[in-house]
Ligand binder design. Sequence first.
Ligand SMILES: Cc1ncc(COP(=O)(O)O)c(C=O)c1O
Length: 242
Amino acid sequence: MPENITWPADISSYCFEVPYSDQSVLFSSASGVRLTDTEGRTYLDGLSGVFVTCFGYGAEPITSAVAKQVQTMAFHPPLHGTNPHALELAERLVRLAPDGIVAAKLVNGGSESVEAAIRLARLYHHEQGRQGKVKVLSHYHGYHGATFGSLSVTGRPDVARFGPGLPGVVHVWPPDCVEAFLGVPHERSGAAAAELIARTVEAEGPDSVAALVVEPVIHLRGMAVPRRTTCPPCGRSATGTT
Ligand SMILES: Cc1ncc(COP(=O)(O)O)c(C=O)c1O
């Protein structure tokens, strides 16, 4: 950490896309579940970064394995092959995954995974001779990332400031909005939201819908936990009619 940086720092050369203020923190290190700033203050990280440091900061054996791999081979040319550790990770993920998931695509983060999911869904239908199946349904208020496709399926009103998104994205209300806006009781909101998805697929034309992307726990709606009834009917409308 350079010693000449104090806070509020000169941030003119650092591009923030999100709002910041003088209360923003200049973090300098982290260990376990705590972060430390340049003034030596410590913070309990109740969100695990943004849900990505679930094993804590500096956790072993992760830290040593990452350092070792960076020293051994930091990159392999992806168009020319893969590497043994990547293969081993994919195999382990498939073993842990629910039945029916037979392959894992390794990516760098959440946005990239959503991009890949949209691409693979469209590719799958294209290869099946169903080139018209390109639309993607997602929930209003779900957050799916900052790259263009993932931003498009993100259903937040403030995304509009980036202009039109990916063509073919259709948003549907999630269960907690069905409760808040329409007064549907908690025990029925999951089924009602699933019904909205099914009706939307019907209205859009089942032959045009490729995939459904949902954030089961919508964190930007205050960790809106899914209703038990949501997911199975959602899955059926996506797989049964698309
Ligand atoms: C549900 C969800 N999807 C996608 C993303 C985007 O992930 P990333 O920031 O790694 O691109 C996030 C990030 O917070 C997320 O919470």
